[in-house]
Design a protein around this ligand. Structure first.
Ligand SMILES: NC(=O)C1=CN([C@@H]2O[C@H](COP(=O)(O)OP(=O)(O)OC[C@H]3O[C@@H](n4cnc5c(N)ncnc54)[C@H](OP(=O)(O)O)[C@@H]3O)[C@@H](O)[C@H]2O)C=CC1
Ligand SMILES: O=CCCC(=O)O
Length: 342
């Protein structure tokens, strides 16, 4: 069994709670597991996770995340629908599983980073899905961005096997994934959260434990709803500034120095001015998140007219064939004239 050699002591000692119990009988968790009595979001990652780690879904996010686990010395087994995406990770030392079921059966904890609710459900609960390989003493950590109902459905299937479940969608994009700087929005089995804390700290810079399953998905959707609206509004500003004779590059600079400054504007603004959209966060996923956020809002009768308008823009951008471009390509939906005449 490999040992994860990276320990990130990011939690000050005074914030660490005293353990009150340990994981039932599974030796793989016996070294690394603590349950905390408080609702504090931080658990110690001092105890390294020493079990085998599965990783399902090697897209823009999953590949660098799996890579960071391998580089940290973890014993990682990967699976991806398109097998060729496994090859670079196998070269780095990963094992390959022929199905999600096989990965889950051979690993102690399995992470999943899938595109959307449909693929997350299929990979977990479908034929040869991860659920078939789960059982007592194992854990499933779904880091995909899905809706509350999907998180609860997968949780239910995993729990029926006797395994533990944690939803852990992430804030942060391709570069933070590469740099191990993601923000985890977790909810579900606290025991699993605590046992994988050292893994989350390899992959991310912070983690929030939000309680019952569904809260992670809800938090993630609210964050991405805000982000999608911000990007749509920024796009309008860039185009308006240009039309009234201003230099949009100067607008980016002005925005970066004021109260509405955001890394997103500074990072993506200059490329947007040049009509370039190198993909970090695919536009199709941003539109999916807005759609799911609108569903969340509807479920509690919360009015979200700005997000609804933004969602329409992303739908237009998708209809222009921009699904796989970065979500900043939403600006193209506001350049309707050139597209209508194409
Ligand atoms: N990119 C980003 O900045 C961020 C993305 N996210 C979220 O993370 C998740 C993954 O995003 P990202 O890596 O960018 O997406 P990608 O589109 O790059 O990767 C999607 C992954 O899902 C797999 N997949 C899609 N459909 C199916 C299916 N039906 N069955 C099995 N596997 C499937 C793909 O497999 P294959 O390779 O075979 O197509 C691929 O591994 C999404 O939920 C996204 O919203 C969260 C934070 C940031
Ligand atoms: O879901 C994608 C989030 C992208 C980001 O947080 O930068």
């Amino acid at each position: 069994m490999a040992l994860c050699s990276t320990f990130c002591p990011r939690i000050p000692t005074y914030l660490r709670a005293k353990p009150i119990s340990s994981f039932p009988s599974n030796p793989l968790f016996s070294l690394s597991f603590k349950v905390y009595s408080s609702q504090a979001t931080d658990a110690s990652s001092q105890d390294k996770f020493t079990g085998r780690v599965g990783f399902l879904g090697l897209g823009i996010m999953g590949s660098p995340m799996a890579q960071n686990l391998i580089k940290a010395g973890c014993d990682v087994t990967v699976w991806n629908r398109t097998k060729s995406k496994c090859d670079p990770l196998i070269s780095l030392g990963a094992r390959h599983g022929s199905s999600p079921e096989e990965v889950a059966a051979n690993c102690d904890v399995t992470f999943a980073m899938l595109a959307d609710p449909e693929s997350a459900i299929d990979v977990a609960c479908g034929k040869n899905g991860a659920v078939s390989g789960m059982g007592p003493g194992k854990g499933y950590v779904d880091v995909s961005t899905v809706d509350v109902a999907t998180a609860k459905l997968i949780n239910g299937h995993i729990k029926e096997t006797g395994a533990l479940f944690l939803e852990a969608p992430v804030s942060g994009s391709k570069k933070p994934a590469e740099d191990g700087q993601l923000i985890f929005l977790t909810a579900g089995d606290r025991a699993l959260y605590d046992s994988v804390a050292s893994l989350l700290d390899i992959l991310g810079k912070s983690r929030f434990y939000l309680g019952e399953v569904g809260n992670g998905a809800a938090m993630k959707l609210v964050v991405n709803m805000i982000m999608g609206s911000m990007m749509a509004s920024f796009s309008e500003g860039l185009l308006l500034s240009k039309k009234v004779g201003l230099d949009p590059n100067v607008l980016v600079e002005v925005v970066s120095q004021g109260a509405i400054s955001a890394p997103m504007y500074s990072v993506k603004g200059p490329s947007m001015v040049k009509s370039q959209y190198p993909t970090a966060f695919p536009l199709k996923h941003q539109q999916k998140d807005l759609r799911l956020a609108l569903g969340l809002a509807e479920s509690v009768s919360q009015s979200t007219p700005i997000a609804a308008a933004a969602n329409e823009l992303y739908k237009v951008a998708k209809s222009y064939g921009l699904s796989d471009d970065d979500f900043s390509a939403v600006i193209e939906a506001l350049k309707a004239k050139s597209h209508n005449t194409a």
